[in-house]
Every structure is written in structure tokens, then in C-alpha cells.
Write a protein that binds this ligand. Structure first.
Ligand code: B3K
Ligand code: ZN
Length: 896
């Protein structure tokens, strides 16, 4: 744990190292309390270095046992250690450095480096965990060849894994055994991994596109094999997709996935040995929901895709993180959309496929709007390629990942699928085996397509969510419609002024009959399709469409063609019209969201006392439209997320917003009760569970119907929820019914929670759902106790542990980040609780603590009374002795 004041690292300060490492031979004598690590590195002068200098080796929380260069001990004056870096003077072109360190995996509660989980050994090295294992130039631009020997107790750790191929294994005296692994590909240290544990594997052998046989393994704890098949299927689908879509094949003879219950984030793409949070591997109908199945598929794909975008071509430095993350998120989003569209297309043709794609897009945009827009509007706002950081682990953000993916998507839109593919091919042909920058990537795309992307690079440089405003003018005399688009990006910390970006705006013009008009821009001889992409590159631009028969209704930013906030003055009638007619399913959903936002914020601000009839009518029409598939209708009938709405409120008033949301849910639940009840029945999927998008869509709509009915306190709905809970044959139904009961004033909620707990006692992942549900509970009845009381009580539940990140995210994360009204209770109790928990967590696990700390970073957006309550708690955390760099950075920036 770092305790000193955290220095700021600048992107502009990047220098190649004087010495790099060609190969490293690692030997681990694994012991829970004292593991001995012997590292033999062949160091070489870096031809790319600008200056001469010593060998630099980073180390953290290590006990150094010995250090030799070219097999001789070093004179004291040839080694210095300062700020966690060993400096070794060496002569000549090459030097063999051998260092022995001792580490204590059991004491490592940070879950970075080598640690224990349920008796097994696991590693996590990204971003800077390798230095907690041994001294090394722990930067991504040092790519070395690894051989690794693991030695451990055979009974405790029968399975010994590391990256690459198994060279040999055998017995050792004293009940111990060993395994030796070799990774044929040079890699940065952050991709190193080892696992030594009691595990079993699901195995498959598959043939790659070029005809090589490869072994796939999913390693889990005994008893979980029946939950690992979906992960295996997802891996195989990902392999096929990458072969077909990008011509990228698995490059190893063996690919392993390991699931571990204690893990800071979702998963990690270590070369040939992906390590996963169990949450994103284990799935069976009785324990996992449809959403869990989807998440497993997309995270397995994401990590697999990193093998090319991240591992074969990696980042030169951590500022370039979006090079691998934005691109890989884009790839996993496209993969999931293709998977959904394939299945939906088989059942319902092209319209079904388009709707399925839109549903996926809506999911992704919801995440972006809720998490990334908020980040962009607060003290942590940064470009997708940041210019500075104090702790890199704080920059695995929605901006780097999700906005980064949107930036790649815009390139895909501007260049087209073929142009994008050509650019990717060129990127790999230039940079395979290298550690490169975002510029290298964009240059490859630019060169392959002969287009200038210089202005586009501003997306990598500027923080903040751009606002695009649109104005339309109809000229009946000439049948022309002039669209004026303007852009501006608000100032963000350190960036007072912004330049215009390249913004692809996908546009459609809808005629009074509800049909898209063919589009012809002034000067063009022929009209084109119903949607076209305009490139907005200046602060303000006009586009004149001609040959129109009547004044159109514009549909802008179709498919969410750019990560911006669209400011378009549309009255209620227009929104209702687009909800009914927009040919772009994404925009149809978006029209419903905009209308809902207007209604809810109107209620919250006191401008309205009731949900308007016109909104209810438009909502009902969309809900009951049989031409729309259930998954889409479930999206359309889900209100905008609370966190997004809070950001749209000035000042943010969680209590007023919650009251407005409750009123809206109750009204829609009550007025449309007959419709919801019909949906509960008609959407029910009989028969055994299968993970299938069509079934999942029906279950989603059915569960949503129960939620609205329960919110309204409808007795028939509550009875249906109880009955559904009792008769459920899978987790999606069971949990959907439970959630409806918990989010209601029904007396059935407590018995249902108790029954659920009893049924899944001992099942860690399912109990996470149980914790999260209670932490996220709203108060539907004024007499109910505050949620904080429940959260506090649950901290002492036998199944809860502050050392397990999943538990922390489920209970504290849900309360802090997804239950604003309860967290921001007017008496300040939530804020004090936050400080207490962040300080305690920070002593164990700074990364997890920093994530929780971020829950208050946008405190200045709140009402003055809430700000007055929050500030002293932020100050209290910042003053805590021994605070980590991770939390210091978050809280320091929040207070700055
Ligand atoms: N690359 C890892 C994230 C590592 C986070 C380090 N704090 C997972 C992923 O994005 O695939
Ligand atoms: Zn990733």
C-alpha cells in the first residue's frame, strides 16, 4: 500500500527505458505465507533509448533476498533503491540479472500481484501488479519471453497453470510437484499470470480456420462444472466470430480460462490464461439470469478478443489504455449484436435482426449515459487518452472503455465496415508484436482508407460530452428543409476551451405519414436512402435537403451515431409521433426516453403534479404494439436510469427525483394495470429454460410488468409475483418476481427474501443478488425503515465479507451508486456511512475503496444542503492516516 503523497504522472513525460528485457525465467516456490520468487532476466540495452542509464526495476511490497548481475553479487555502490525503483549500473550490451524475492500471498488483501483465494494462488498484474511479485521494468513497453516453473504442495494445489504451453511436469520430494510453462510470444509483464489451486476443467478441442487443433479449458472449483458450459460455448463463438469478421485466429495450442471468487474487476486477458471473476463464468438456469448469461458471453468474448487487440499489439504506456480497451469493447459489442441478430434473424427475418441489434445498442447507450456522461461532467473528466494520472487503476473508466468504444464506432461509421477492416489489417501488419500508441492505430486506419483523420484525433484529446444542437427550417415554396447543426463541448478540469470535433450525425426525415423520405442534399442529382450520415466538423453547419413533399420531422443521431447530448427542441406531440413512427428502432426508444425524462423532471421540479395523459397514451401504444418484439418493448417501457436523470437535474435533488419516479411508476402501473396483467400471462415462457434472446425478451417484459404492478400496489399483480416466485423454474423468473415484491410495500417481501436466502445459502454469486436487491430497495411505504439500516445490518450477515469485492460491489456499491435517494438521506447518515466504509476498505483493498469513493465525486451537482453534508465526509476521508494513492486521487480531485 502506498502511503506517501501520490505524484502525478504525465503522458508527455514518456521516455523509452535505457534497458529492456529480452527473456525472463521465473521460478515460484509457492507457499501461502512465504513464496520465494527467483527471476533470471536477460536484460539488453534498448535500441530505442534516447539516453544511456541504469537498469530500472520496479518493486513493491517485496522482501529482497538476493541480487546478482552476470552471476556475481553487486558492489553496494552499483545498486540504489529510490521510490520503489531499483537502479542497477551495468556495462556492455547485455546483462543477466538474477533477483530472489520473498512475498506473502496471504497478507495480500489488495488482490493485485500474487494472492490467495479459497486456498488457491492467483495473480492479477494489470496494471502494475507484477512489481508486487518481483523486481522488473514493469511497463507495457517491455515485451519479454517468459518461462515459468511453479512448485507447490500437490494436495493443496493439484493444478499448476501459467501462460502458453506446458513443457513438463513432475513430482518433487515432500508431497510437492512442479510444472514448467513457456509462452512463445513476447509479452508485457501485465499479461503474466499463474494459478495454483484445486480446480477441475471443462475441455473441448476445436479446429481453427487454418486447420490447427487447439485445446480449450474452463477451470472452475469442483462442483461448478455444470455452470461452465455457457462460458465454453461463448469462447467458441468468439473464436469463430473473430475468424470470420477480422480474419484473426487463436495463436496458441491451448487457451485456458480460470474462474476465481475473489477478483477486483470482471476478468483479465493474460496471454493464454484468462482469469475471470466467477460472476462472468458460472451460469446455470437455476442460479443465473438472462442478463448474467449475456454478460458471461460478452466478457468471455472481450477477454478473448484482447488476444489480438491488447496482447499481440499492446500499449506503449498506460495513457494509451483505450487503444486496447475502447477497441476491444467495440469488438465485443459488435460480437454480441451479431450473435443476437443471427438468432433473431432466423426467427423473424431482417426486421427481427434490426430490432435485436437496437436492443443491444440501447443497453450499451444506457450504460454510457448513466456512467460516462456523469464522469465527463465531474472532477474526474478526462479524454479517452488521459494526459495525467496519479493512480492508473483509477483510469479503467467508463470514458476509456465505453466512450473509447464509441470513438472506434464513429471510425467504423465514417470508414464503413470494409474500410474499417482494411485499416485493422494494416494496423496488424505494421504493429504485430509491438507496444504502440493510439496515433499508430488511427494512422493505420487513415492510410488504409486514404482519409485525413487529424481532426478526428481531437476525440482522443478533449474531455467532456459534446452538445449538438439542431434547428430545422421548412421552406414550403421550394420543398426544402434546412437543418442547422451546431456543436460545443463544455469546459472540463484543465481544458477551458474546446475545438470542434468530427461528429457523424445519422439523419432521417420522417414525412407526415410516418414514413422516411428519401434524402437528397442540395446539389445532388439523386435521392439516397432514408438514413444518411452527415459529418459535422465545424462549430456550426447547414445541410439543405430538397425535393420534399411536406415538412418532415427530423430523426437525428440515429443508432446513437456519436457520444453526444442532442439538444433538439421537440414538443410532446413530436416525441409521441417519433415514438410511434421513427423507422430507426434506437431513435424510437430514444424518443420514449426523452419524453419520459421530460415528464419525470417536470414532476421532480414541481412544474407538474401528475403524469400527463398524452404521455400515458404514447407509452401504452408502444407497450402494446404487436409489431415490436418483447425485448424492444421492455426497453421502451423502462424509464431512464436514476443516475442519468440526476445528471440532467440542476441542482441534483435525489429525494425529489425519487418521489417523481415513484409517482411515475405508480401511475403507469395503476392506469395500465390491465395491460400489465395481460403481459404477465402472455409473456410467460413455458417449458425448460434455454438461453435464447426471444425467450429472454419475453421474460424481461413479463418481469417489468410485475415491477409496475407491484409499484402500484396492485393486489392481482402482487399475487402474481408471489405465485411466479413459487413456481419459477429459473433464476430470471424467480429473481424478477422477488425484485417486484421487494420494490413494493407488500408484506410478502420479507418472507420472500428469507425464502430466497434459505434456498441459496452457501451460493456466493446468488447471495450477491440478494444483497444487491436489498441495498437498492426504494421505500414504497412511508413507514418503512431507511435502507441504510438494512445495509448496516447486512454488513454483519454471515455471508458478507469486506474482503470479497463482489460482496462489496453488491451491498455497498449498489447502495452508493444505485440508490441515490436513500444514500443521500437528508440527515447525512449515508454520507457518514460512506466515509466510514471507504476508510475501512482502503486498508484492505485500495482499488475497491477507490471505486466506492467515486460515488461522491459529483457532489457539487447536488443541492446546497447535501453539499454541506458531503464536504466534511470527503475531508474526513482525505485526512485519514495512510490513505492510498487510489483514494487520495479521487477524493483530492473531488475537493479541488
Ligand atoms: N484489462 C482488464 C482490466 C484490468 C484492470 C486493472 N485495474 C480487463 C479488461 O478490460 O479486459
Ligand atoms: Zn478489456
Amino acid at each position: 500500500m502506498k502511503t506517501e503523497h501520490a505524484p502525478t504522472i504525465q503522458r508527455a513525460d514518456y521516455r523509452p527505458l535505457a534497458w529492456t528485457v529480452e527473456s525472463i525465467d521465473l521460478h515460484f516456490k509457492l507457499d501461502p505465507d512465504a513464496t520465494l520468487v527467483t527471476s533470471r532476466m536477460v536484460c539488453a540495452r534498448n535500441p530505442a533509448a534516447v539516453d544511456e542509464g541504469p537498469i530500472l526495476l520496479w518493486g513493491e511490497a517485496l522482501e529482497r533476498i538476493s541480487l546478482k548481475v552476470d552471476d556475481a553479487a553487486l558492489p553496494a555502490e552499483a545498486v540504489r533503491e529510490a521510490d520503489g525503483v531499483l537502479q542497477i549500473d551495468a556495462a556492455g550490451e547485455r546483462a543477466v540479472v538474477e533477483v530472489v524475492t520473498r512475498i506473502d500471498p496471504r497478507a495480500n488483501t489488495t488482490l493485485s500481484g500474487l494472492y490467495l483465494s479459497n486456498g488457491g494462488f492467483f495473480t492479477q498484474c494489470e496494471a502494475e501488479g507484477f512489481r508486487r511479485i518481483t523486481y522488473f521494468p514493469d511497463r507495457p513497453d517491455v515485451m519479454a519471453r517468459y518461462t515459468v516453473t511453479l512448485e507447490a504442495d500437490r494436495a493443496e494445489c493439484p493444478v499448476l497453470l501459467s501462460n502458453g504451453n506446458l513443457l513438463e511436469q513432475g513430482e518433487l520430494p515432500g508431497g510437492r510437484h512442479f510444472a514448467k510453462w513457456e509462452d512463445p510470444f513476447p509479452k508485457p509483464s501485465y499479461l503474466f499470470a499463474l494459478v495454483a489451486a484445486k480446480l477441475v476443467a471443462l475441455e473441448r478441442t476445436v479446429t481453427t480456420a487454418s486447420g490447427r487443433e487447439v485445446l480449450l479449458q474452463v477451470w472452475v472449483e469442483e462442483g461448478n462444472l455444470d455452470r461452465s458450459e455457457h462460458a465454453m460455448d461463448s469462447l467458441i463463438h468468439s473464436m469463430r466470430w473473430d475468424e470470420e469478421t477480422f480474419g484473426l485466429e487463436l495463436d496458441l495450442d491451448r487457451f485456458m480460462i480460470v474462474a476465481v471468487g475473489d477478483f477486483n474487476m470482471g476478468a483479465m486477458e493474460n496471454k493464454g490464461l484468462n482469469i475471470f471473476n466467477t460472476k462472468f463464468i458460472l451460469a446455470k438456469p437455476d442460479t443465473a439470469t438472462d442478463v448474467d448469461y449475456e454478460n458471461v458471453e460478452s466478457v468471455v468474448a472481450h477477454e478473448y478478443f484482447h488476444n489480438w487487440t491488447g496482447n499481440r499489439v499492446t500499449c506503449r504506456d498506460w495513457f494509451q489504455l483505450t487503444l486496447k480497451e475502447g477497441l476491444t469493447v467495440f469488438r465485443d459489442q459488435q460480437f454480441s449484436a451479431d450473435m443476437l441478430a443471427r438468432v433473431a434473424g432466423e426467427a423473424a427475418g431482417p426486421a427481427g435482426a434490426a430490432s435485436a441489434r437496437a436492443v443491444k445498442r440501447i443497453d450499451d447507450v444506457r450504460v454510457l449515459r448513466a456512467a460516462q456522461f456523469a464522469e465527463d461532467g465531474g472532477p474526474m473528466a478526462h479524454p479517452i487518452r488521459p494526459d495525467s494520472y496519479q493512480e492508473i487503476n483509477n483510469f479503467y473508466t467508463a470514458t476509456v472503455y465505453e466512450k473509447g468504444a464509441e470513438v472506434i464506432r464513429m471510425l467504423h461509421t465514417l470508414l464503413g465496415p470494409e474500410g474499417f477492416r482494411n485499416g485493422m489489417d494494416l494496423y496488424f501488419s505494421y504493429h504485430d508484436g509491438q507496444a504502440v500508441t493510439c496515433d499508430d492505430f488511427v494512422e493505420a486506419l487513415s492510410e488504409a482508407n486514404g482519409v485525413d483523420l487529424d481532426q478526428f484525433m481531437r476525440w482522443y484529446e478533449q474531455a467532456g460530452t459534446p452538445r449538438v444542437s439542431a434547428r430545422g427550417e421548412w421552406d414550403a415554396a421550394t420543398g426544402s428543409y434546412t437543418l442547422t447543426l451546431a456543436q460545443r463541448t463544455p469546459p472540463t478540469p484543465g481544458q477551458p476551451e474546446k475545438q470542434p470535433l468530427v461528429i457523424p450525425v445519422a439523419v432521417g426525415l420522417i414525412g407526415p405519414d410516418g414514413r422516411d423520405r428519401a434524402l437528397r442534399l442540395e446539389g445532388e442529382s439523386q435521392a439516397g436512402a432514408g438514413t444518411r450520415v452527415l459529418a459535422l466538423t465545424e462549430a456550426e453547419q447547414r445541410f439543405r435537403f430538397t425535393g420534399l413533399d411536406a415538412e418532415p420531422v427530423p430523426s437525428l443521431l440515429r443508432g446513437f451515431s456519436a457520444p453526444v447530448i442532442l439538444e433538439l427542441d421537440e414538443d410532446d406531440a413530436r416525441l409521441a409521433f417519433r415514438m410511434a413512427h421513427d423507422a430507426d428502432p434506437f431513435n424510437r426508444w430514444d424518443a420514449a426516453q426523452r419524453y419520459a425524462e421530460r415528464v419525470i423532471l417536470g414532476l421532480a421540479g414541481g412544474q407538474a403534479g401528475a403524469v400527463p395523459e398524452a404521455f400515458i397514451a404514447a407509452f401504452r401504444a408502444l407497450l402494446n404494439n404487436p409489431a415490436l418484439d418483447p425485448a424492444f418493448r421492455a426497453q421502451a417501457a423502462s424509464l431512464p436510469t436514476e443516475s442519468y436523470l440526476l445528471e440532467r437535474m440542476a441542482p441534483a435533488d435525489p429525494a425529489a427525483l425519487r418521489a417523481a419516479l415513484v409517482l411515475t411508476m405508480r401511475t403507469l402501473g395503476g392506469v395500465l394495470a390491465e395491460h400489465w396483467l395481460r403481459l404477465v400471462e402472455s409473456m410467460h415462457v413455458p417449458g425448460p429454460y434455454r438461453y435464447h434472446p426471444a425467450d429472454a425478451g419475453r421474460r424481461a417484459l413479463g418481469n417489468l410488468a410485475l415491477r409496475y404492478l407491484a409499484a402500484a400496489g396492485d393486489a392481482r399483480g402482487l399475487a402474481a409475483a408471489s405465485a411466479r416466485y413459487a413456481a419459477a423454474t429459473n433464476m430470471t423468473e424467480r429473481f424478477g418476481a422477488l425484485a417486484a415484491l421487494v420494490q413494493s410495500a407488500s408484506p410478502a417481501r420479507e418472507p420472500a427474501l428469507a425464502a430466497f436466502h434459505e434456498r441459496y445459502r452457501g451460493d456466493a454469486l446468488v447471495l450477491d443478488k440478494w444483497f444487491a436487491l436489498q441495498a437498492g430497495a426504494w421505500r414504497w411505504d412511508d413507514a418503512a425503515a431507511p435502507t441504510l439500516a438494512r445495509v448496516r445490518a447486512l454488513l454483519s450477515d454471515a455471508a458478507f465479507s469486506l474482503s470479497n469485492p463482489n460482496k462489496v460491489y453488491a451491498l455497498l456499491g449498489t447502495f452508493f451508486r444505485a440508490n441515490a435517494a436513500e444514500f443521500h438521506a437528508a440527515d447525512g447518515s449515508g454520507h457518514a456511512f460512506w466515509a466510514e466504509q471507504v476508510i475501512e476498505l482502503d486498508r484492505k483493498n485500495p482499488q475497491v475503496a477507490a471505486r466506492m469513493a467515486r460515488a461522491l465525486e459529483n457532489w457539487r451537482h447536488y443541492t446546497p444542503a447535501l453539499q454541506a453534508s458531503i464536504r466534511p465526509q470527503l475531508e474526513r476521508v482525505l485526512a485519514a492516516p495512510g490513505l492510498s494513492a487510489d483514494v487520495q486521487e479521487i477524493v483530492g480531485k473531488a475537493l479541488a
